[in-house]
Design a protein around this ligand. Structure first.
Ligand SMILES: C[S@@+](CC[C@H](N)C(=O)[O-])C[C@H]1O[C@@H](n2cnc3c(N)ncnc32)[C@H](O)[C@@H]1O
Length: 297
């Protein structure tokens, strides 16, 4: 189930059609290194395609709402430089006080794995799955980038659900903090969460506090190579080039017998990820649309 993003009804190869334009990507100041909020207004049938593209450009989360005239408004956190050379048309929202809460009206709870429910705190959870004792992960109303229900996140949550209880966890690229919060809510004993983006570090701290699990967590922008210790469960919902760059360090942070969940992969990129994470072996593969999550040991 994909509650937030409409399925494209057109041929994906045809490319997106944009309905509202504020200014072209080339107008955006490319000098900033930190990610900033950008809005993209697209036709409903292109929403999913463009959201995937935004994740591919490095967004940690993408929110979606319906605009006044039926168009879809996507908001994503991006380094402005990532838009260079793309045909995407962006409006920067940094100075717009309403952008961070614009997704609230269309927010929904969503379910993944066998038991998990991810729920913005002000939203009704909806009907539970029959016979299932569900486990809730709460999202903060201040979370700027919506409910983060991208397939890569959902796959990672589904993969970690049976693995989390009793484990020490390292979440590399924690973004909104939803993976670490879920792991702790499911019974992980401790969490180290890192992200190169200070906004992600702050968002993760908020998410952990909201779920009442922050006392078992340390969140920082420490580079992976400088994180001490080894972990039973390493979560890496990262793009393939980053998995290739960090591969040996990800493997080195696994405790003996530990498990690594790698997500953020297109099906066509699995071989690259497996090579980067050698000598780990693939134990399980989860797939949704073109996205794949690997469990490796
Ligand atoms: C696709 S998002 C995943 C967010 C979140 N873990 C989730 O599953 O929803 C990837 C995150 O990795 C972070 N990141 C990218 N390169 C990184 C690196 N070298 N070390 C740590 N974090 C990194 C980005 O800032 C971003 O927040």
């Amino acid at each position: 189930m994909r509650p937030e993003l409409a399925r494209p009804t057109n041929d994906r190869r045809a490319g997106p059609t944009f309905t509202v334009v504020e200014h072209e990507a080339a107008d955006v100041d490319p000098s900033g290194s930190a990610r900033r909020p950008f809005e993209f207004v697209v036709a409903p049938h292109d929403a999913e395609l463009v959201a995937d593209q935004l994740f591919g450009l490095g967004a940690s989360a993408v929110s979606e709402r319906t605009g006044r005239d039926g168009e879809v408004v996507l908001v994503a956190d991006l380094d402005p430089a990532a838009l260079d050379g793309t045909s995407l048309r962006a409006r920067e929202l940094q100075d717009d006080p309403t952008w961070a809460t614009a997704w609230h009206d269309s927010a929904q709870a969503w379910r993944c794995g066998d038991r998990l429910v991810v729920r913005p705190v002000w939203v009704d959870p909806g009907p539970a799955r029959p016979g299932v004792e569900e486990v809730e992960v709460l999202l903060d109303p201040d979370a700027a980038f919506g409910s983060g229900s991208h397939p890569t996140t959902r796959l990672c949550l589904a993969a970690l659900e049976p693995l989390a209880p009793g484990t020490t966890v390292l979440d590399v690229g924690c973004g909104t903090g939803v993976l670490g919060a879920a792991a702790l809510v499911l019974g992980s004993t401790s969490l180290v969460a890192i992200d190169i983006d200070p906004a992600a570090v702050a968002a993760t701290r908020s998410a952990l506090e909201l779920n009442g699990v922050d006392e078992r967590a340390v969140v920082s922008a420490t580079p992976l190579a400088e994180v001490p210790g080894s972990f039973d469960l390493v979560l890496a919902n990262l793009l393939v080039p980053i998995i290739e760059e960090l591969g040996p360090a990800l493997v080195a942070h696994l405790a003996p017998g530990g498990v690594l969940v790698a997500s953020g992969l297109l099906a066509s990129q699995v071989d690259r990820a497996v090579a980067a994470l050698s000598p780990l072996r693939v134990e399980a593969v989860l797939r949704e649309e073109d996205w794949v999550a690997l469990t490796l040991r």
